[in-house]
Design a protein around this ligand. Sequence first.
Ligand code: M6R
Length: 601
Amino acid sequence: MCGIVGIVSKKYNILPSLIDGLKNLEYRGYDSAGVAYFINNNLKIIKEKGTVKNLENKIDFKEKVNIGIAHTRWATHGNANKINAHPHNVNHITIVHNGIIENCNELKKDLKDYNYTFKSNTDTEIACAYLSYCYDQNKNIHMTIERFMDKVKGSYAIALLIDNDDKNIYLLKKESPLIIGLGKDTNYIASDITAILNYTNKYISLDDFQYAKVNYKDILVYNKSGDVLKKKINEYKSKNIVTGKAHYKHYMLKEIIEQKKVISNTIFPYLEKGIKSLLKLPNLTKYNQINIIGCGSAMHAGLVAKYLFREFTNTKCEVFLASEFRYQNNFLTTDTFNIFISQSGETADTLQAAKLIKEKKLDSLGIINAKESSITKVVDTSLYIEVGPEISVASTKAYSAQVAILALLVLSHGYRNKTISSKQTESIINEFKKINVFINKMSNKKDQYKMIAKKIYKEEHAFYIGRGLDYALCMEGSLKLKEVSYIHSEAYAAGELKHGAISLINKNMPVFSSATNDKLNSKTVSNLEEVISRGANVFLITDDKNLIDKSYETIIIPNVSIFLKGILVVIPYQLIAYYTAVLKGTNIDKPKNLAKSVTVE
Ligand code: M6R
């Protein structure tokens, strides 16, 4: 949550790039934005409520600026308003911050005793005041940062400017991501690489309790004790993924449509030489139970895998919400394997759960999109989904790629533990090799999705009902609809509805469902009959043409192995949610109250 960008350059006029970087980080928060820079040795701070566009309108781009820091906010402490917007300044120190200062009340009390006063309601201003207090004692930034790191609890990525030092940006990092991008006569800082990809793909990532001094020539990274560290320079390689919105009106649509390419990118290394390639995936046969941990769509991807592990490999699998995992007894033993799923690799709950597993010295794997992100540094190994930056707050391509790689992990496990034969394995691999064709087919049914969106966009409530794998997919479909269209929706196990929630079914209420399993389809259809007879408007996704019926709208998916069906069913759900949101005129890529990367617990 919250995005940080900074630039320090030999040349003037960094302001356009600073704003460009901030716009690329708006998915991390967009309730206010601000910038601080030096001009003729004087500090200037500009802040605005709302999106970066509002800030942009207040900036004089003719000013000759070569050092600055900027921020886009997702409010934690204090409302979304101009006063609470970052940067915050106290005496000589100006900062932008991502994270939460947990002992801010205690610090504030102490600082008040030293006559500090506060304008905002933010923890960031308190952090800034504490830095200022330490700096005023010794005028030594290294000692100031060391003292800050000793005293301050919580998470922080901070970019800092000091008055009378218009050559350097200082950085401090604990539990919130921060990278330094390397350019020619210019260096960049950012919460993540998306902010600066237009300028460089080379970067250093800071680890917890490291800090840095960055000017246009040099980058010095220190540990807390002030020793200079040698850091690896990473190179971000995107596999032919177009950054920016291209010709699409929204990132969400672009990201749904590009699934055909990016899912193939993700899984190709595990398919190209058939079973031999598949066996590059981790061997899980020594474990008794697989745990999958994540939040939101990532957790939903885990539910698809749970179904496949249990049904086809006879392996115990449990899925946990990361926010609950830390605070309950999970009966962890050395023969449980723990898979952490996260697009951003920064989700605080998932990160903390991964740390817990590390503390217990249990084996773990990350399924992650963002390279070098915090979770990748905690888990034993990571499998990367190669989908490129996902900008739309609603996850689409990351979810599908997570499902795809998990399905292959299950397949490799089934092959290894002999619950899936070589013949079946090869046939599923061959189908996966054609996934782009199947996805394309599903993306091309736009007219049908638009027609459905038109039927539902004025409704206030919707249900998603299904059984088995389809129930897991309903959860993702329902999340997509509520997230971008603001229509309240619930995902229910189809057989459970009649135990209470069916009382909510009213005339015309949309009920979505999928039926992709011959063993369960007739039962699901019976449940659909129950809601149709109470007035519901039903939309069914299935590969079984025998289920086409006049009493509901049917979307047909290709008849493929159940290992692929999760990916195909979710595409109509994503596009219907998208077109419904278009008709409702919501802020599709940045829905209200949300942020892409949830770095607070
Ligand atoms: O970055 P992560 O995959 O860890 O994020 C997890 C959730 O916050 C995320 O999937 C969220 O639910 C999306 N907005 C769903 O579209």
